[in-house]
Design a binder for this molecule. Structure first.
Ligand code: UTP
Length: 474
């Protein structure tokens, strides 16, 4: 309360060159002054200055990648051949182990849905986007139905922890309430909110105002999951429930095989703290993070940080040396998340240049068409080096990866693309089960009808013919 006068705020802001935040002080009412003062008091101004000045040690990825090696892996060919890869564990064994963990109620799910989804240009949080090709089910509904279907299959409770941000929280909570959590009980659903970071002007390092009494703030990156899990008490709740493995995914990809027993099983049988799902890169410069071991630790090297000559390197079989792409799907051992709480401050900030609308010096709203600001975000994959005995497990891209990033009409990762990928998977499952589908007919499958090809085969009458588009649901 002691800092709501202009003098104290000036004293705080002046040494950091941020007094412009008080430019409209005389126009603010007392509530607005209190709001602004509170926000200023919550800032770590020294951290912001040092991030802007760039006096943080950024890894020399070019150098590091030259001594990196491919990660311990189970390749798809080995899984299909039943030979087990670097682990010597077969798919059958992994699936049995994963199923046992699920049946024992040891597995929970973390879904991050705090991003602003700015590229998609949808006015609501991305998780509410009606992506179902026929059903118009939202991303959130599809994920929740997978969690429910898993719980039903193994006759257990599978808790879901959904991370929102101040940008998405209220709409997400309302949407869940309006739809009865899509059938998930309150006991099995926790919604927790991540923190925010301010943005600064690229040229001056000045903090940006969203309004005359409000700093521009945006979610602090999916790396904010760690702090948010702790601050919300969700991590404690997991421990109390006896949850050991957390299946982690991001909301924009409805193809994720949530709680896939094979991934969980490989994780457990490798005694790993982190098993990551990976897809094989098609081209050296594919826009995916690259899994790589550096000094015995697993890292994701962003595609923009991997020098071309390293990206081009091939092994003795002519395959890309850094073949393993990350799609941000992991199984975390709870113990790793607990340790991460201890080291969360040391996770680095990544700096992105973005267009940030703000209040200009003359008090008018400015909507930039070029990047004008730096945003600061933590990334979940910076936790990977802390993991003991990490392993990556390869999946076919068509079975696990269709991210919704861009607005309709963009060249890639659009709603049309995601819907095509969903339908293609469902059609594969149906034809594998002996069904035939007429031309120009689409069949969408709710996770509650079937979670995978085997479940379709069990439910579908033999030689079924689809002559009109249909949504198969429970
Ligand atoms: P992206 O970095 O692709 O961001 O996040 P986005 O919000 O989906 O889209 P753009 O970049 O603004 O267009 C990947 C995933 O991480 C989550 C997002 O919700 C998405 O599922 N995320 C991202 C968070 O939960 N919090 C964040 O601060 C950032």
């Amino acid at each position: 309360m002691h800092m709501i006068d202009r003098e104290s705020l000036t004293k705080l802001l002046e040494p950091r060159g941020q007094t412009h935040l008080l430019a409209f002080w005389d126009e603010l009412d007392s509530q607005q002054r209190t709001d602004l003062a509170k926000q200023v008091a919550n800032l770590d101004l020294d951290l912001i200055s040092s991030l802007y000045r760039g006096d943080v040690d950024l890894p020399d990825w070019a150098d590091l990648s030259r001594r990196a090696t491919p990660p311990p892996a189970v390749r798809l060919t080995e899984r299909r051949a039943g030979t087990g890869g670097d682990l010597g564990v077969t798919d059958v064994q992994a699936i049995q182990r994963g199923e046992a963990a699920l049946r024992d109620g040891k597995v929970g799910v973390i879904l991050t849905a705090g991003g602003q989804g700015s590229r998609l240009g949808f006015e609501l949080p991305k998780s509410l986007y009606p992506i179902g090709p026929i059903s118009k089910a939202s991303l959130l509904q599809i994920h929740i139905e997978k969690v429910r279907a898993t719980a039903a299959k193994f006759d257990v409770n599978v808790p879901l922890y959904v991370m929102t941000s101040p940008a998405t929280h209220a709409d997400t909570v309302r949407f869940l309430a309006d739809n009865d959590n899509f059938g998930l009980t309150d006991h099995d659903l926790t919604v927790f909110c991540q923190g925010c970071m301010p943005a600064v002007d690229i040229e001056t390092g000045h903090l940006l105002l969203a309004d005359k009494h409000q700093l521009f703030m945006s979610p602090n990156g999916h790396g904010g999951t760690i702090a948010a899990l702790e601050d919300s008490g969700a991590l404690d709740a997991m421990r109390q429930r006896g949850i050991e493995q957390l299946f982690y995914l991001q909301v924009d990809n409805p193809l994720v095989p949530i709680c896939d027993p094979a991934l969980i099983g490989y994780h457990i049988l490798a005694n790993s703290e982190l098993a990551s799902l990976t897809i094989a890169k098609q081209e050296p410069q594919d826009k995916l993070g690259n899994f790589a071991m550096i000094d015995g630790r697993l890292h994701v090297i962003e595609y923009s940080d991997l020098p071309d000559d390293v990206a081009q390197q091939r092994d003795e079989h002519g395959e890309l040396k850094f073949w393993a792409g990350s799609i941000a799907v992991h199984v975390f051992e709870r113990a790793l998340l607990e340790r991460a709480v201890e080291i969360k401050e040391t996770l680095p900030f990544h700096i992105a240049r973005k267009n940030v609308p703000h209040i200009g010096a003359d008090g008018t709203h400015v909507t930039p068409t070029e990047p004008n600001a730096l945003k600061f975000e933590k990334f979940i994959f910076d936790l990977l080096p802390a993991a003991q005995r990490p392993i990556v497990v390869e999946y076919a891209e068509a079975e696990c990866f269709a991210p919704l990033k861009n607005a309709p009409g963009a060249p890639k990762d659009t709603p049309e693309y995601v819907q095509r990928m969903l339908l293609a998977q469902h059609h594969r499952w149906l034809t594998a089960a002996g069904a035939s589908i007429a031309d120009r007919v689409d069949v969408e499958i709710s996770p509650l009808y079937a979670l995978d090809a085997a479940a379709v085969e069990q439910r579908l009458p033999p030689d079924h013919f689809f002559d009109k588009s249909e949504y198969l649901r429970d």
